[in-house]
Ligand binder design. Structure first.
Ligand SMILES: Cc1ncc(COP(=O)(O)O)c(C=O)c1O
Length: 390
């Protein structure tokens, strides 16, 4: 069957002077507030604040939605990255390949597991891991012989899936595992398949500003293999067996509490309608800004989940100041590549990952959420075009 891209939907109406926000959690809350209040009451009544029925409900809904074989709700996106690495027995001397332009949690997760992050450059069009540089880095690592390549951790930056077709081919050629860092990308797609179903294991985050966020910390591991999910359930409860008493493997407290799972379940019901509005806003940005600034480009068949809408501008500080003066907020994700941060500086030399460093200098995120009006999206474009063209 031919692949049909997802539908967009009309944006909401707002008064002309309504302030533009980078994210908007309040408007969304109004639409689920009474359902959430009832859920609080239910949780207070049953009293199972950890491991309540909301956890299984949330896991099942996420599996059904994404097509993943099984889902394990955990305490954060970072835990969702660390726990699979622990389960794979990643240890000292093991190389895990990560892109150099991502949130610091990707690198931290590898180091917390005991592995060594080998940093890969990005494709400047997608902002995601460059599969050609990945293959090069694996060959170099093998030739050097100090580390054993074990896993690849691509990141779906800003909501755009990494190039899993190319990355999986590299992984298969070298017998490596793939753990997708989809923390920013719930709602991204590749040829009709959701993020969560594009790699054998995907980590996502329920940090409140994510496309599917809770009201606190949380995350989930989405797996293709139900046995692996069972191991994750053991690891999230200190590595215990079914009786939850003696540890049969090393684990952590990786649990997601009942309240966060209730929030995520409730928000999942809104998700597709919200996503359709993100797509509409992004279509306007793409159309109006395509010749003005650098855009993040999806590969054939891919759909961005638009966790963030990020462009490239060479004179970022001046543009940002001009936006702010006209009431348009913006964000920078990120102004440092991983190897430019003090904690990770010894994993790659300055200048050795040129596309990551360029992205860190140029990336600028514009307001992106499902509660923007058409007038607001056009105002962002007007102000940005004026700021860039002077
Ligand atoms: C790419 C990426 N990976 C991992 C994480 C970690 O998620 P959490 O903050 O839920 O631990 C984030 C969070 O922002 C992220 O953006």
């Amino acid at each position: 069957m031919a692949y049909a891209p997802s539908e967009s939907a009309a944006l909401i109406d707002l008064p002309e002077d309504a302030p533009i926000q980078l994210f908007d959690l309040k408007t969304q809350q109004a639409s689920i507030r009474s359902a959430l209040e009832q859920r609080w009451i239910d949780i207070l009544d049953h009293g199972r604040f950890i491991g309540g029925p909301e956890v299984t409900e949330c896991e099942q809904k996420l599996a059904e939605f994404t097509g993943a074989a099984d889902v394990v709700a955990v305490g954060s996106g970072t835990q969702a990255l660390v726990m699979p690495l622990l389960a794979m027995g990643i240890a000292e001397g093991d190389a895990v390949f990560i892109p150099g332009f991502t949130y610091n949690a990707t690198a931290n997760a590898v180091l917390l597991s005991g592995g060594y992050p080998v940093i890969v450059d990005i494709d400047p069009r997608t902002f995601n891991m460059d599969p050609a540089d990945l293959a090069r880095k694996i060959d170099e690592t093998k030739a050097e012989g100090r580390l054993t390549p074990r896993a690849i951790m691509p990141v779906d930056l800003y909501g755009l899936p990494a190039d899993y077709t190319a990355i999986q081919a590299v992984a298969d050629a070298h017998n490596l595992r793939v753990i997708a860092d989809g923390a920013q990308a719930f709602g991204g797609k590749d040829n009709g398949r959701w993020v969560g179903n594009l790699a054998e294991i995907t980590a996502t985050s329920f940090y409140p500003t994510k496309t599917l966020g809770g009201y606190g910390d949380g995350g989930a591991i989405l797996c293709q293999d139900a046995d692996f999910a069972d191991r994750m359930r053991s690891i999230r409860w200190h590595g215990t067996g079914d009786n939850r008493k003696e540890s049969i493997r090393v684990g952590i407290n990786g649990r997601c509490d009942s309240i966060q799972c209730a929030v995520v379940s409730e928000k999942l019901d809104l998700f597709e309608a919200e996503r359709a509005r993100r797509i509409t806003a992004a279509n306007v940005y793409n159309q109006r800004l395509g010749n003005i600034v650098g855009l993040q480009e999806a590969l054939d068949g891919q759909e961005n989940g638009y966790g963030l809408y990020t462009v490239r501008v060479p004179n970022r500080d001046a543009v940002r100041a001009a936006l702010s003066e006209k009431g348009v907020p913006s964000g920078i994700y990120y102004d440092m590549a991983i190897h430019q941060m003090p904690a990770f500086a010894h994993f790659a030399e300055a200048g050795s990952l040129p596309e990551c460093e360029k992205a860190a200098d140029e990336s600028l995120s514009l307001p992106m959420h499902p509660y923007l009006s058409e007038g607001q999206v056009h105002k962002v474009c007007d102000v940005l075009i004026e700021a860039v063209q002077g």
